[in-house]
Ligand binder design. Structure first.
Ligand code: B12
Ligand code: SF4
Length: 434
């Protein structure tokens, strides 16, 4: 029986360091390595190793090492690959960074998967076993998101995750929008917006057994009707869930009411800029600066926590943007913000020639030290706590380690201060007025 090791590379502790960034426990049960294990032919003996929480045994008796890398973890991924290859182990690499920088990755791997792994990963393993591995593998059609196998969570070491174990569950790929700084359409192929059948997503949630779900989706609400169908299906499952969707969906009251009822705990949203002109130039004019306050109010009013992403350094910005953004964050009493600096990335096809030249001349490529995001470079994580009361309590709304006193589900701190979560409060007020 051929032996396969699948690992998710961690990053290094800081730029220039060669010390892997290790965690005692992960906060999310990631989807990628258990899902790759499910895609692999079942006559392979599979071991999963999470490089962030476990030690990789470079002397392990394996025939193939499969490594998933993002840009931020790519250098560590190369180190792992080089060590296995030095021993004669066949190395296969894939993931966002392999998709964006396949030539570079190919210097460290026997074979590279560009884009989606469905049907490709098993083929790579068959070719490896048959001694006919090619350098590059790529689908030329979109993967069918119906009938995806259930991830092999059974192969993970469950002691390496926080006790409430939020599981990453795949929901959709792609996005209906084309913001010009975003590489989403290069990630898994330019096939528009695709999603999994609701019943299959619900089945995965039941099988993972967790009450905390993080939907893998760059745009959860890319098809509002389908997203609402999924949210309806979440209600009886009684989960708390988090995801990413565009900020303007917060203006849709029906969508937001259902999101609340179905247990939305946290949403990450691309606000991107405080400047309407910049947004228009980003092809993101559907974000209206005049509506930000209303959007945020629609979240906080429903006790849903949020984080906001901003992108700096586009052609339309000048240096006043930093202070103005901070001021807006203060005015909005924003809970959490990721401040991201745009830099050149291979996946940018929309970037202007002048920007491309400037970026190249200042080495603002991912290797220029800005090595983190598909759409950008370094993210500054700003967890804000604006009010005196919340500062004193040490709470921020994105903490997920508090439980509702009634249903015991994890909930945001704002809810915890009141003792019970919004759903329980609503339930008890309905009962008492009857
Ligand atoms: C869930 C998620 C997270 C979770 C990760 C949990 C975990 N432990 O895995 C959290 C919230 C922690 C997170 C953090 C970050 N993330 Co994130 N995240 C995602 C998200 C939304 C889904 C990823 C996912 O699980 N997909 C499901 C799995 C099954 O699919 P997949 O990884 O896309 O892989 C497919 C193919 O690439 C291929 N494949 C993947 N690996 C391999 C390996 C082999 C051998 C083969 C053959 C094939 C193959 O097969 C898969 C199925 O087709 C994506 C956006 C998206 N739409 O995908 C961003 C994304 C992956 N994240 C991104 C970034 C930038 C980050 C952060 C750096 C953010 C930050 N500044 O802190 C950190 C990095 C953390 C880290 N050290 O890896 C970028 C990566 C871009 C890049 N160039 O690498 C993405 C693409 C978002 C974006 N559009 O910018 N993230
Ligand atoms: S930034 Fe968000 S809305 Fe815009 S294309 Fe990317 S995923 Fe879609």
């Amino acid at each position: 029986m051929p032996k396969l090791l699948i690992t998710q590379a961690t990053g290094y502790r800081y730029r220039g360091s060669l010390e892997p960034y290790k965690l005692k426990k992960r906060k999310l049960v990631g989807a990628v390595i258990p899902y790759l294990a499910a895609l692999a032919p079942q006559d392979w003996k599979i071991t999963l190793v999470d490089d962030a929480t476990e030690e990789i045994d470079f002397n392990a008796d394996v025939d193939v090492a499969a490594i998933t890398i993002r840009t931020v973890t790519s250098l560590r991924g190369y180190e792992i690959a080089d060590k296995f290859r030095a021993r004669g182990v066949t190395v296969i690499m894939g993931g966002p960074h392999a998709t964006f920088y396949s030539d570079e990755v190919a210097e460290h791997a026997d074979a590279v998967c560009i884009g989606e792994a469905e049907e490709i990963f098993p083929k790579m393993l068959e070719d490896a076993a048959g001694g006919r591995l090619k350098k590059f593998y790529r689908r030329d059609t979109p993967a069918n998101l119906a009938g995806m196998p259930t991830p092999r969570w059974d192969l993970l070491d469950s002691s390496k995750y926080v006790f409430y174990r939020p599981y990453v569950i795949q929901y959709s790929r792609g996005c209906p929008f084309i913001c010009n700084f975003c590489a989403e359409r290069r990630l898994n192929g330019d096939y528009g917006y695709r999603y999994r059948p609701v019943a299959e997503v619900a089945e995965d949630i039941k099988k993972c057994g967790s009450k905390h779900i993080f939907f893998a989706a760059s745009q959860f609400a890319g098809d509002v009707d389908h997203a609402m169908e999924l949210m309806e299906a979440l209600i009886p499952l009684k989960v708390r869930w988090s995801t990413l969707f565009s900020a303007h969906y917060c203006l849709d009251e029906k969508f937001m009411d259902l999101a609340q009822r179905s247990g939305l705990l946290h949403v990450n949203m691309g606000i991107e800029s405080i400047n309407q002109n910049t947004l228009n130039k980003m092809s993101k004019g559907f974000n209206k600066t005049a509506e930000y306050s209303h959007m945020i109010g629609n979240l906080t009013g429903r006790d849903i926590s949020y984080s906001l992403n901003f992108v700096f350094g586009t052609d339309a910005d000048d240096e006043t943007v930093f202070d103005a953004t901070l001021q807006l964050l203060r005015d909005l009493k924003a809970q959490t913000a990721y401040l991201i600096f745009w830099s050149l990335f291979a996946a940018h096809r929309f970037t202007s020639n002048s920007r491309r030249k400037a970026a190249l001349s200042t080495r603002r490529t991912w290797r220029g030290g800005r090595d983190c995001h598909a759409i950008s470079s370094r993210c500054v994580f700003l967890r804000t706590s604006w009010s005196g009361a919340s500062r004193r309590s040490g709470m921020t709304s994105t903490r997920m380690d508090r439980r509702c006193g009634a249903c015991r589900y994890l909930t945001s701190s704002r809810t915890s201060r009141a003792g019970t979560c919004t759903s329980c409060r609503e339930r008890s007020s309905t009962t008492s007025t009857r």
